[in-house]
Design a protein around this ligand. Sequence first.
Ligand code: SF4
Length: 281
Amino acid sequence: MDINSYNSKIAPTWCPGCGNFGIFTALKQALTSLKLKPDQLVIVTDVGCSGNMADFVNTYCFHALHGRALPTAAGIKLANHKLPVIVIIGDGGCYGEGLQHYLSLMRGNHDLTVLVHDNYLYSLTTGQYSPTTPRGTMTKSTPEGSIEEALNPLALALANHTSFCSRGYAFNISHLTDLIIKAINHRGFSLVDILQPCVTFNKFQTIDNWYSQKVFELKSSFKNKSQAITESLKTDKLAIGVFWQENKPTYHQQVSVLKNKSVVEKLIEKINISPLLEEFV
Ligand code: SF4
């Protein structure tokens, strides 16, 4: 397997220096390492700069409506649960428009790998504040500083029963590659919230003044969920690594008709629909 086999014929159009390049590289490295061929998985992208990856990646890919990548991915997984399904989504799409999907699919432990390109902004639309923008940040849509407190995606996930919760950094590519491999190998809802510099519109969370000062690698796992939540609530330093992982049944394993076979393996011609048509004869 060659990492270039995941490149489409379209070169990425992201701004030079964008964190999306680091995430794209880490994802391709992870897929290569797992020996997953381009036709052996599905990627569902949301709308946003991250979602434009749909054009650049060479796999089966579905570019969903804004905030709707998660339910689309869940549908694909329910139709063929032997297929790895990866969601590429931004902080706006996942924690804003798609928040209800994020919470309910996590509670159901749907077997999805969710990579959130978290750059604290809506960047495709040129830099409005998003759910993860720190309170007080001046953006195009908050010229006097944002009023809402920032949503904490990791703390929310930990409190909301996710079976895999992690955070990565777009420019620690080897570490992020390892996280993505673990997330894909995990059976159940796996979150990788990825700190992603937006070098064009985010002048507050910059590489030099924010990420280089705050990001550090976790050296050991947490003994219990309380410790993981305590770490996730810290804002002065941002730990990257796996915060929480537990094994529990996935959604499709608990649906009786899906336990043994996925929908695509069931032969439709063997289903007798005559009784359903009788009233129309
Ligand atoms: Fe990346 Fe920001 Fe440019 Fe979008 S606007 S491609 S997030 S640097």
